[in-house]
Design a protein around this ligand. Structure first.
Ligand code: FMN
Length: 325
């Protein structure tokens, strides 16, 4: 399939794997890229720029296709070594960066000078327009359904995507709630040039996470996510578990007095314990409502081939038949 996104990134299928903390390692990124999509290594999961450089090298040994790196700009006081991470990306020959969180404007000239394309993840039309205005090459429009941080506007993709299509000139992909060929065709119909998936890619054979994480996603329905940290205006969609119940109880009890320190046990440093050790109640971890559409753990290639076959069948048979009739 050819879209502005496949052309921009030099990939075969308009499917991107979004950055995911302690999931987006070289194994998954390479598997997605080898299957014709765009795999993304999660920059900050690597504790230092040197470790990111090694991860990029490891990925390069597993694929000769394009892959990207996610850089999440956190609202923290002590900032990670972003200049170092960007150096590792450029020196590693990576040609795509997925930015998320704060405005990436400061880093764009350096990345563009090195021939790196930037796709910024946004949860609103106004942030998407800002990304376009500062010179991003594309946007990943993340609806309220998404796993991770959906922002504070709560606009689902059925509204957000056509709104983005009406306003944006640069290409965008639909992110949040995407799982199969139906999602892809719907996203294209609403004006996107492809899809970005997070949760769906965790439940694949190559995702380098504990088997219990994959099975938790398969077992979950669309009713099993919760929004946490809303009182801190740092809303995150996570899978319901015992730690999330504790966290929500604190939010109810403390109300407007809630501080990050109050919930540190449930949110800080929990990803390695969950993703690597399978300690499923260790804390709150991002998961999308799309879990309700995930029923198996295929290989990444099986998943991507299936999405593309289903999308083609919907377009050429179901929709063409309706239009013809
Ligand atoms: C476990 C997990 C960890 C994530 N970590 C990050 C991250 O570190 N940086 C980021 O920009 N997005 C992160 N995301 C968001 C994804 O990149 C993607 O935007 C989102 O999962 C899309 O929604 P979906 O899960 O419905 O497909 C994470 C998502 C999940 C499920």
């Amino acid at each position: 399939m050819k879209t502005q996104i496949t052309e921009l990134f030099g990939i075969e299928h308009p499917i991107i794997q979004g950055g995911m903390h302690f999931v987006g390692l070289a194994e998954l990124a390479a598997a997605v890229s080898n299957a014709g999509g765009l795999g993304i290594i999660t920059g900050l999961t690597q504790r230092t720029p040197e470790l990111l450089a090694q991860e990029i090298h490891r990925c390069r040994e597993m694929t000769d296709k394009p892959f990207g790196v996610n850089l999440t700009f956190l609202p923290t006081v002590t900032s990670p070594d972003y200049p170092g991470y960007i150096r590792a990306i450029i020196e590693g020959g990576v040609k795509v960066v997925e930015t998320a969180g704060n405005n990436p404007q400061k880093w764009l000239p350096g990345l563009h000078d090195a021939g790196v394309k930037v796709i910024h993840k946004c949860t609103s039309v106004r942030h998407s327009l800002k990304a376009e205005a500062i010179g991003c090459d594309a946007v990943s429009v993340d609806g309220f359904e998404c796993g991770g941080h959906p922002g504070e506007d709560d606009i689902p993709n059925f509204i957000l995507l056509p709104r983005a299509a009406d306003e944006l000139k640069i290409p965008f992909v639909a992110s949040g709630g995407m799982a199969d060929g139906r999602s892809l065709v719907a996203a294209l119909a609403l004006g996107a040039q492809g899809i970005n998936m997070g949760t769906r890619f965790i439940a694949t054979k190559e995702a380098p996470v504990h088997e219990k994480v994959k099975q938790a996603i398969v077992a979950a329905s669309e009713l099993d996510t919760r929004l946490v940290m809303r009182p801190l205006r740092n809303t995150e969609r996570v899978l319901h578990n015992a730690a999330v119940d504790r966290l929500l109880q604190k939010e109810r009890t403390l109300g407007a007095n809630l501080k990050f320190e109050d919930i540190i046990d449930e949110v800080a440093g929990v990803y390695p314990r969950i993703m690597q050790n399978g300690d499923m109640d260790a804390g709150a971890w991002s998961c999308g409502m799309v879990a309700g559409l995930i029923h198996d753990v295929p290989t990444v290639k099986e998943l991507i081939d299936r999405i593309m076959q289903q999308a083609h069948a919907i377009i050429t048979q179901r929709l063409a038949g309706m239009a013809g009739g």
